[in-house]
Structure formats: C-alpha cells, structure tokens
Design a binder for this molecule. Sequence first.
Ligand SMILES: Nc1nc2c(ncn2[C@@H]2O[C@H](COP(=O)(O)OP(=O)(O)OP(=O)(O)O)[C@@H](O)[C@H]2O)c(=O)[nH]1
Ligand SMILES: [Mg+2]
Length: 722
Amino acid sequence: MAQKSQEKGVTGSAPAVDAPGRVRNVVLVGHSGAGKTTLVEALLAATGTISRPGSVTDGTTVCDHDPAAVRQQRSVSLACAPLMHDEVKVNLLDSPGYADFVGELRAGLRAADAALFVVSAVDGMDAATAGLWEECAAVGMPRAVAVSRLDHQRADFDETVALCQRVFGDNVLPLYLPMLGDDGVSVAGLMGLITQRVFDYSNGLRAAVREPDPEHLPAIADARNELIEGIIAESEDESLMDRYLGGEEIEVQVLVDDLEKAVARGHFYPVVPVCAETGVGLDALLEVLTAAFPSPLEHELPAVTGLDGSPRPPLTCDPDGPLVAEVVKTTIDRHVGRVSLVRVFSGTLRPEQTVHISGHGMAERGHPDHDADERAAHIYASLGATLREVPACIAGDICAITKSGSAETGDTISAKDNPLLVAPWEMPEPLLPIAIVAKTRSDEDVLAKNLARLVAGDPTMRLERNPQTHQMVLWCMGEAHADVVLDRLRAGGVDLDTEPVRVALRETFVVGATGHGRHVKQSGGHGQYAICDIEVEPLPSGAGFEFADKVVGGAVPHNYIPSVEKGVRAQMERGVVAGYPMVDIRVTLFDGKAHSVDSSDAAFQTAGALALREAAEKGQTALLEPVDEVAIRVPDAFVGAVMSDLSSRRGRVLGTEPDLAGSERTLVRAEVPATELVRYSVELRSMTSGAGTFRRTFVRYEPMPAHLADQIRTEHDTAGGH
Ligand SMILES: Nc1nc2c(ncn2[C@@H]2O[C@H](COP(=O)(O)OP(=O)(O)OP(=O)(O)O)[C@@H](O)[C@H]2O)c(=O)[nH]1
Ligand SMILES: [Mg+2]
C-alpha cells in the first residue's frame, strides 16, 4: 500500500536528474533467498535514501511492502527503488526470485538496461538463474554479479565464483576479494584487484583504504593477473596485450576505463563480494552500477508502430523526442487505487498532460485491445510503496502514475496527437488452473469485478469462465502466485473458496441402440401425448450430431419432427451419463405416435429426450476426455524422471529430441489426457528442481478408460445427477 515517506524512514525529496546519461536502470535477479531485497535495502541506507535499513523477516523493507510478501517472507512483485550516487540516479528494480513470479521478473528485465545477478555465497544458484543468464546473453544485456551473504558461516566466496564461472561462462571475474577479519570467519574488508588496495570496513560503511598486508599479496597477484588479462582481452586497444605481456605495468585508469567499456557493452561481467548485513562492498557495488553499467542512451529501444501497426522510425532516448513510455506493471493499491510503474523510452512525461494509452495484442489473455486519452495529473517517483511527486520524468527514467482508468501492464503511453504502440514483451503462460467460487451469491459480482481488475494488472494470469463446467477458472503461474491473488481478493472484501478444477469431458455412444420415448399424461385437463422411437448410432470422433427423419405414413406428424430433434439436442446438452454434453452420434427418428388433441411441441420434446436416455441404457456409452499435446523442456538429467512420470499420467511419449544445440536440455513431446495435467505445472517444477517448463495444446477427445469413466459416473449419480 502507498505510504507517507516518514513511515519507512525515507529521507529528503525524490532523486531527480535532467539528462538520460545520469540514469541507470538495474534489475536485480537471482534465486529466491539470495538476498536481493536485503541488498537493495542496504544500498538505500548506504546512500542515505532511507535513514535505516528494514528487514525481510520483520516485513519492514522498502521493496517487500505487499502484505502477501510479508506473509510469504519473499518478494512477490517487482519493486522500484531509486537512489542517488555520484550524481547518478540508479533505479534499482528488485525482482522476486520465486518461479511463480516470473512475470514480475520479465517486467523488470524489460524496464532495465542492465542486470545485477545476486548469487548467494551460501546456497549457490538454481537452474532458472542459469537460464536467465543465457537469455541476457542472447540480447547482449550488460551484467554483473554480486556474491551475497558473506557474513554467513558457510559462505564460500571462491567456490561461488568458481560456480558462476562454470555456469555463466567466460569473463566472469572478481574485481575484489573478501578479506577475513581477525576471527578468521567474518569479512572485514575487500582487497581491490585493480588498485591493489585494501578497503577496510571495520569502522563502518565508508571503507578505510590502505596498503595490503604482505600475506594478502599472493592472492591479490593471482586474481589480479587473471582479471587484467580478461580486461585487456576485451579492450579495443590491441597494443595493450603486447605491452602487458612484455611486462609493462598498465595504468590503473586505463584498466578501469577499459573495464567499464567492456561491462557496458555486455562483454565482461565483474563480480563484487557484498554483505548487506555488514555493509561490506556496498560502495564497490555502487561504483560498478554507476560507472560501469550503461545509461539508457546505450540501450537499443523496442520498435514502435502506429496504432494500425504501420512502422515508425526507431526511438531514441531523447527527452525532447516524441513521448513513448510503457506501463511496466500495474498494481491496485487499497488507498491510492491503480498505480502504474512506467518506463519512459522517449520524450518527457509531465504532470497535467493528456496522453494516449493504448494496449493491443493481448486479447487472448483476456485483455481486449483498448485506446483512451487520459490526463496524467501527477507523476511520482516510486520507492517501493512510497510515492513522492516529481516535476517530470525524462526519457530513460522510471516513474509511477496513479488512478489511470485504462493503463494496464504492457500498455504504451504516447502523445495524444501522435499515438504510438510498443509491442508488449513476451509474457509467460499461466498453466496452473484454480477454480474460484464466491461463498455467497451477493459476492459473485464483486468477485468477478475484482478478479478482472487483478488480471488486467498481471498478464501472467488468465481468467476463464468455462461454459461447459460452469466454473470460474483463474490460470496462474503456481500456488504462491494463486495465494497472492486470493489474498488480494479477500482483502478486497470478497468471501471466496476454491474447488477442484473440473475438466470439460464429453459423452458419446460406442454401441448404438434404439430408444422408445413415451410421454403420455391424459388424466384430467389438457393432456400430453407424444411417443417416438429413435435409433442412435455412434459417429466418428469430431463428426458432431446428425438427425435423420425416417418416419413413414405420418406416424409422427410433420410439425412435431423438429420437436423430437429439439428434445434430443437438449438432452445431449445435459448429458445422459455424467452430466457432460453428448457428441458424435446420429439419431434417426423412425416411428412414433401422436394424438389429435393432446400432442404438442413440448410433449414431443420431452419424448425425444426420454428416447435418448432409454437408448443410452440399452446401448453402450462412454466418456470422452480432452487429450493435449505437451512439449516439455528439461535438463537432460531429468528426462528419465519426466518420462516415467508421464507414463503414470497415462501419457504417450511421441518422441524426444535435443533442445537447442549445446543447451544440455531435452525436448520431450507427449500426448497426455487433460485430467492428468491439472497440477502438472507444480509437479513438473518439483520433479525438476524448477528447471522444467512445458506448453500444452489441445489435440482431440478420446474415450476415457472404463474404470475411470465408471468412477465419474458413480460420483455423478451419488451427487444426484441428471
Ligand atoms: N545474515 C544475513 N542475512 C541475509 C543477508 N542477505 C539476506 N539475508 C537474509 O536472507 C533471507 C532472504 O533474503 P531476501 O533479501 O528476502 O532474498 P531475496 O533474494 O529478495 O528473495 P526473493 O524475494 O524470494 O527473491 C532474509 O531472511 C534475509 O534477512 C546477509 O547479507 N546477511
Ligand atoms: Mg526479495
């Protein structure tokens, strides 16, 4: 929720800069618990942005302000925290490491120009982080590594660096080494490899700089050589390598300049040891963030088009250019209403300006295309939940706007007289369905409205109203994600429950039969009279429904034949086996009987329905279940486990092939009944330590094995079906 500044010890006014060259947008990534939120907190305190650091366990950090984050003790959404260092504004974007919140991570990557990988010196790294590094590499995103939690007893800096080098590859090299204190365990300072100085933090955040002790020299020399070779190999000055190999000492400033260039180009990845708890390394890290990471001027911007998709010239990060900004994420704040985090790509966003907000291309996710002109009354700097008003937001910077009626995550904000569209980034697909019901009828409307608002702000959710199972299904990324959504709904005052997700089955005949439908009631008053005889035959899968009339001699009068068909169709809709719609049959009406006064359209409809039910009892019916094709990507080591799990899910493996060359991943393709896939996203993740992903597409309906169909039939009958 939005807060007044004092509550979190926020000091002074919001940082502001007047040139894109003085902005850095850095997303912190890494596995859950690596210490990202704690590190942001420490950096904010170290730069005086807040007066004292809060803690994740107490739920008092700037970034984990959401009640769900406090309860789950981890970040559940992207948070922005700007700070000033060396007259540069660094917008830190703290992303959640837990897989359920990958949508927030994606948004953070989109808004950032560089990524800081936070790797815990205690727990190492997960497969998702390794995958993310590859992704950043593919788009040339500048990266650095912070090795965190150095104060932990089991912290092992050297081992962690070695791990990073194995997983991330070449050019991942430390700029500093941790220096142990007198107790031999705690980290008292850092040894700078380029400057060959010791930064002693024994007396607080500002390190005292001194000459290294003699016993440090060999370690410094070894690591320094490696670092310098790495820097020189990336240098544009080819004479440097010869000079270095010739034994010449290269000037520190030359090394620093070359290092910064290589980092900014995304060719070199400095490692900085940090400890949020003690403050060790924070100033060294700030140095990397401000001096080595590139400004938004150097980042290629996404392509823009007109609203009709017509191409437009590429954007430049120019505060005087046409206004193009993007809604990175939208949250609903209980007090303030809708808060949208916005990255300005081009132009300047000013208060009281009327802007055009457009969102296209997300209709499949339940976000219909929309275009609206709106006035952005105020512009804020967002420090977690604290909003501080700012006079403007220039190209390259990030800000927040509130109360926009139409802005949704992924939308483009542009000038009213020059409306443009930035294509939304790729959003991961939600694969865990959760069926939600309001506890009371009066809550239903509020539930639907609030859900729609939540889904609008989070493209990794999809809302489905299933007309066949009559369930309201929220597709999400995982249980923790669902938990956050349910929490917010409840906080909004809706009493709700979840229930098991029903898969839309179908019914059919496998062995045909005739059916006699007799609806005769002639005792007193206006009577009812209709008799019909039908034959039901199975049709091939996908054939639908056919109705044939073979009545001879007017046994069923002409005008009642459509009534029989209508009655049969209505019964097919309701099902005859377990309440699922019936498909793929031919019904032939071949005989019947009518009464000159008592017969009616309604009576023949009832008779038609009765005839189908009788045929179902005499013939043989079956339940059909949807079967999906799934494409599962897993590290090679998990292929065996995934295959045997698939067979326990009645899956048929269609084939396996190596995924992209060199990725050490396998693509497993299989056909699996949808009823077996309801919780697959959760189970695949736990089976593969979070490294497995899958996609599913419906292929066809197939008969369900008899024992499972019987079970469903019995459940239906017990529940008082028909
Ligand atoms: N002692 C110590 N504890 C730390 C340090 N950094 C983080 N922690 C603790 O480790 C736990 C996880 O830290 P977080 O900052 O929440 O980790 P995170 O990377 O933000 O995790 P997610 O939000 O789930 O991605 C918290 O209980 C922190 O207090 C550190 O440097 N020293
Ligand atoms: Mg966090």
